[in-house]
Design a protein around this ligand. Structure first.
Ligand code: AMP
Ligand code: GLY
Length: 418
C-alpha cells in the first residue's frame, strides 16, 4: 500500500515504524521528522489545509492517509480527504469535537449514559468560583478547547484554580470545572469505522512532568503496556460502558466517529469513569501499544477507514511488555530550549529490545541531530516482563545525551513491582 502519515511526533514515528515492519509498503509522511525520514519519504504539505492534503494524497495515489495529531482533524482534513475519495483514518471535524470541545464530549456522554466526572461550564470568573465551591478541592479546571494536554489544572489551591480559569477567559475560551476523579488512569484506544469497535491493548500514561506525579501536566512523559494490575474484564467494561455507547450516539446524531476513539479513564472507587476523549492515537501510549501489536496495522486502519471493521480478524498481541520513556528538552512543559545536539541514539538502539522514536528533532546545517521541541525522543524498551522492558528503556535513555534534558525515573516502576 501507499500510505501517507500526517504529523511529526513520536506517535507518528511509532505508526510509521509499525507500518515499516510489515514490509512492502511505500510510506510517506508530512512533515515527519528525521527519524521518520529514515523509513518514509517526507513531504512538505500544509496540514491545516484540507485541500492541500487531499491534493498531495491524490498525487501520490495514496491508498490510505493516517492523521496523527488533533489539529488537522479539527480543521477538517479528514472531511477533505473523504470528499476527494481518499481512504482516511481519522474522524470528521464534526466528530473530532469529542476531543476539541470538552462541553460537547460531556453532552455526548450524558446522552449515551457514559460514566464521567460531573462538570459545569463557566465563562465568567463568578461562575467558575461558584462551580469550584460546589465540587470542593482538589479543583479541576479545563480549558474548553484544544490545549495539547496542557490546558488542565488540577490543584488544591482555589486561587490557582481561579487563575487558570481567568487565563482561559483572557484567551477567549470558556472553562469546564469538574469533580475530581480519584483513582489510577488508563488509556484505551478503540479503532472504529463508525459502527464496529476494535479495542487495542490498554496502556498507562504519566502526565505530570516530575516523579511521583508531581509538577505540571505535560503531553505525557512515558507509558507502558500491558497493565498487570488492571481488572481482567477492563477492556470489556470500557467497550460496554463507554466506547460502544459513544460510537452509537455519534452515529445516531449523523456524525459517525471513524478513526481512533481514545478513552482516557479513571478507575475510581465508584467504578470506571471517563476523564477525557481524544480523537486520535495518544502520545506516548501509541509507542508502547503498537510495539506489542502483532496484527498488521495497515489492514486494521484501512478496514476502519473503509467501514469494513466487522470483517477484520481479531487482533493478536505480543506477550512482551513495552515501556517508553520520554526525553524532554530543558524547561518543558514551559517553552523548551531547542537546538541542543543529541548524541547516543545509535548506542541506545544497539541495546537489544531498544529503539528510539523521534519527536522534537531536526537536522542542523551540519547534519547533526538537534532538539527542536518539548518532547524530543521517546525511548522504547521491550522485554519478557515489565521490569525487563523498563530496564531496557532506561538503559537506552542513559546512552543518550542532550544538554539540560530531563525525563521521569519512575515510568512503570510501581506496575513492575506488582
Ligand atoms: P485532559 O486534558 O482532560 O486529559 O486532562 C489531563 C489530565 O488531567 C488527565 O489525564 C488527568 O490526569 C487530569 N485530570 C483531568 N480531569 C480530571 C478529573 N476530573 N479528576 C482528576 N484528574 C483529572
Ligand atoms: N497521552 C495523552 C494524549 O495523547 O493526549
Amino acid at each position: 500500500m501507499k500510505i501517507l502519515v500526517l504529523g511529526s511526533g513520536a506517535r507518528e514515528h511509532a505508526i510509521v515504524h509499525r507500518l515499516a515492519r510489515e514490509g512492502g509498503h511505500q510510506l510517506y509522511a508530512a512533515p515527519g521528522n528525521p527519524g521518520i525520514g529514515a523509513l518514509a519519504e517526507l513531504l512538505q504539505v500544509d496540514l491545516t489545509s484540507g485541500p492541500a492534503v487531499a491534493l498531495a494524497a491524490r498525487r501520490l495515489k495514496a491508498d490510505l492517509v493516517v492523521i496523527g495529531p488533533e489539529a488537522p482533524l479539527i480543521d477538517g482534513v479528514a472531511d477533505a480527504l473523504r470528499a476527494a475519495k481518499v481512504a482516511c483514518f481519522g474522524p470528521s471535524a464534526a466528530a473530532a469535537r469529542l476531543e476539541g470541545s470538552k462541553a460537547f464530549a460531556k453532552e455526548i456522554m450524558r446522552a449515551a449514559g457514559v460514566p464521567t466526572a460531573e462538570a459545569v461550564s463557566a465563562s465568567t470568573p463568578a461562575a467558575a468560583a461558584a462551580a469550584l465551591d460546589r465540587f470542593g478541592a482538589p479543583y479541576v479546571v479545563k480549558n474548553d478547547g484544544l490545549a495539547a494536554g496542557k490546558g488542565v489544572v488540577v490543584t488544591d489551591s482555589r486561587e490557582a484554580a481561579l487563575d487558570h480559569a481567568q487565563a482561559c477567559f483572557d484567551a477567549g475560551s470558556p472553562v469546564v470545572v469538574e469533580e475530581y476523579l480519584d483513582g489510577p488512569e488508563i488509556s484505551l484506544f478503540c479503532v472504529t469505522d463508525g459502527q464496529t469497535v476494535a479495542p487495542l491493548a490498554p496502556a498507562q500514561d504519566f502526565k505530570r512532568a516530575l516523579d511521583d506525579d508531581q509538577g505540571p501536566n505535560t503531553g505525557g512523559m512515558g507509558a507502558y503496556s500491558p497493565l498487570p494490575w488492571a481488572p481482567p474484564d477492563l477492556t470489556g467494561q470500557v467497550l460496554d460502558k463507554v466506547a460502544r455507547p459513544v460510537v452509537a450516539e455519534m452515529a445516531a446524531r449523523g456524525v459517525p466517529f471513524q478513526g481512533l476513539l481514545y478513552c482516557g479513564l479513571a478507575l475510581t472507587a465508584k467504578g470506571l469513569k471517563v476523564v477525557e476523549f481524544n480523537a486520535r492515537f495518544g502520545d506516548p501510549e501509541t509507542q508502547v501499544v503498537l510495539a506489542r501489536l502483532e496484527t498488521p496495522l495497515s489492514g486494521l486502519l484501512l478496514a476502519a477507514a473503509t467501514g469494513d471493521l466487522a470483517r477484520a480478524r481479531p487482533l493478536v498481541w505480543s506477550e512482551e511488555s513495552a515501556v517508553t520513556v520520554v526525553v524532554a528538552a530543558e524547561n518543558y512543559p514551559g517553552t523548551p530550549v531547542t537546538g541542543g545536539v543529541i548524541t547516543g541514539v545509535d548506542q541506545a538502539e544497539a541495546i537489544p529490545g531498544v529503539y528510539v522514536l523521534q519527536a522534537g528533532t531536526a537536522l542542523s546545517d551540519a547534519a547533526e541531530l538537534v532538539s527542536a521541541g518539548g518532547r524530543v525522543l521517546s525511548v522504547v524498551g521491550l522485554g519478557p516482563t515489565l521490569t525487563a522492558a523498563r530496564d531496557r528503556a532506561y538503559a537506552g535513555v542513559r546512552a543518550i545525551h542532550l544538554d539540560g534534558s530531563h525525563h521521569r525515573a519512575d515510568i512503570a516502576l510501581r506496575a513492575s513491582l506488582s
